[in-house]
Design a protein. Structure first.
Length: 199
């Protein structure tokens, strides 16, 4: 059975993505002359932006909550996916600490690290899930990881960058949320094996 501590920490995998997605949706509607199709999410937290405070709060909640989920993942899923999850959250805190308009190169470095680790987490989870006989979960993890990676690469190489960024981040966040829900509602196997994904 999953420990009470792991269940409590797993809530971060739901709270973080919900706060983040809610922030960029709400701030995107509130910001004047902002295009969620063409403009990056970080523009909502740029120095001087009217939406800077709520969007930064969304980044911070994500950055604090997601590593908690990553730590719970360490106990229930073999492999290194949990490391990528923790790094994703920490990179997001870096994005919040260095907004656009202040050390843009550092901001870009943290954003790039967050992209890489978010896409890597489901890809790293696919193998252990398949080895444990969780074929559907492994396939879904692989699809979400690849989709996340492709969209995030497109977001920095071609337009519409805002649309591709949101698509990629959403796929990664769906994976985080689904995994957290599995920890909260599933019945884990013995230590060293992943949880039982409800079917």
């Amino acid at each position: 059975m999953t420990s009470g501590r792991d269940r409590m920490l797993a809530v971060g995998g739901l709270v973080g993505p919900i706060a983040f997605v809610g922030a960029w949706i709400g701030c995107g509607f509130a910001a004047p002359h902002y295009s969620p199709v063409h403009d990056a999410i970080s523009q909502l937290a740029r120095l001087g932006a009217s939406t800077r405070v709520p969007m930064t709060l969304g980044f911070v909640v994500y950055g604090l909550a997601v590593p908690l989920y990553g730590w719970s993942l360490r106990s229930v899923l073999p492999g290194r996916a949990w490391v990528s999850v923790v790094l994703t959250g920490l990179a997001t805190l870096g994005v919040a600490a260095f907004p656009l308009g202040f050390r843009d190169a550092i901001h870009a470095a943290f954003a790039g690290l967050g992209y890489i680790t978010l896409a890597s987490a489901p890809l790293l989870a696919a193998g252990p899930l398949r080895a444990a006989g969780r074929t559907r979960a492994a396939n879904a993890s692989l699809v979400l990881g690849l989709g996340c990676a492709v969209c995030l690469v497109l977001s920095v190489t071609t337009g519409p960058s805002g649309l591709f960024q949101r698509a990629g981040l959403t796929m990664g966040d769906v994976w985080l949320g689904a995994g957290a829900a599995a920890v909260l509602t599933g019945v884990p196997a013995t230590p060293g094996r992943p949880w039982r994904i409800p079917t």
